[in-house]
Design a protein around this ligand. Structure first.
Ligand code: SF4
Length: 341
């Protein structure tokens, strides 16, 4: 049968145990072992009867990923996982001061095809299940001692093109009977899939939302992110304002600053004009080179861009992330995917 129990909600687990002749309360025990205790081995679920353990071992899958490789640099650890269908995905853990942020993947490959992104070059391969998304988190939680403070969906893939599985995984992370991460600690980052942003608003979800903007005008954004031809900047600003009216935490626009592409004085002025009085947050991230034709602007260019945006900005907040190398808050497409062929 091989029913995957990881990623299932309490209701789904209850339905499963009852259907197979076990009492309903057993579902809660399995749920607690998987999500509260982070158990990867059915044999170590102590309060579960032997007949249920044997049944689960024979008929279910609890671990959806295996660790293929791990690399460490400063306080950043990159994990390369293999799925059960032999695909590779990447997750990152980064500790900075008292913050431990993890960056999760939502798809294998990605169809959005942003020009600066290695994942985009792979094309779309498959969606990750809620279990595969949760297992990235559980594995990092069990491997790294520092408590996780922030979860960001900025790894491989476009989370809103795998909406149901991403939202189900985020709800499991947020469940106070399970992993119990506050909704304000979970951020979903999208390239700007407007129908799904509207759905997210209509579903009244409380997770943080970020949009990768990366350009101050449609011409540049069309080149960097072809999805802009379908959902252009003015529509993104409009939906962001709608989001802000409906949510406590305003939307964040991520702007990866790329040498000679989107870092001119004119870009800084246009960007300030676009976001004027939007109430949004603007996260500026100097590009981290990932071995393609794009590069990080010089320190001087970055500083003069920042000077203008600080002078011109009105009615939105600016945050700058300077870190070099792997920066898991760097926004979609900034995770290197070397070795993921
Ligand atoms: S930047 Fe994000 S949305 Fe764009 S191709 Fe890469 S993974 Fe997909």
């Amino acid at each position: 049968m091989n029913f995957t129990i990881k990623g299932k909600t309490i209701n789904q687990l209850e339905e499963f145990v009852i259907k197979n002749g076990f009492p309903k309360y057993r579902a809660q025990q399995i749920y607690n072992w998987m999500y509260k205790h982070g158990t990867f081995d059915i044999r170590s679920m102590k309060n579960i009867s032997n007949d249920l353990k044997s049944f689960l071992i024979d008929n279910t899958i609890i671990n959806t990923l295996t660790l293929h490789d791990k690399s460490e640099c400063d306080n950043t650890v990159k994990f390369l996982f293999k799925t059960q269908t032999n695909q590779f995905i990447e997750s990152v853990s980064m500790i900075e001061d008292d913050k431990h942020t993890i960056c999760l993947s939502s798809q294998v490959g990605c169809s959005v095809d942003c020009d600066f992104c290695a994942t985009g070059k792979m094309g779309f391969i498959s969606n990750l299940s809620a279990g595969e998304i949760i297992d990235q988190l559980l594995f990092i939680k069990n491997t790294i001692n520092n408590p996780i403070t922030n979860i960001v969906f900025m790894g491989m893939g476009e989370p809103f093109l795998n909406y149901n599985n991403v939202i189900n995984a985020a709800k499991l992370m947020n469940d106070d009977n399970g992993l119990n991460f506050g909704a304000n600690r979970i951020t979903i980052s999208t390239a700007g899939i407007i129908p799904k942003i509207n759905k997210f608003i209509d579903d009244k979800l409380k997770f943080n939302l970020a949009i990768s903007l990366n350009a101050s005008n449609d011409e540049t954004r069309n080149k960097l992110m072809p999805i802009n031809k379908k959902w252009p900047i003015k529509d993104l600003i409009k939906v962001a304002k709608k989001f802000n009216e409906n949510n406590r935490n305003n939307i964040t626009f991520e702007y990866v600053l790329i040498d000679t592409i989107n870092d001119t004085h004119q870009d800084a002025k246009q960007l300030a004009k676009l976001l004027k009085n939007s109430g949004c947050k603007l996260n500026i991230i100097p590009f981290n080179s990932i071995g393609n034709e794009y590069s990080r602007p010089s320190e001087n260019s970055i500083n003069s861009f920042l000077k203008i945006i600080h002078e011109e900005h009105e009615g939105f907040r600016i945050l700058v992330r300077w870190s070099k190398g792997v920066d898991i808050n760097a926004g979609c497409g900034q995770l290197a995917t070397k070795g993921l062929k």
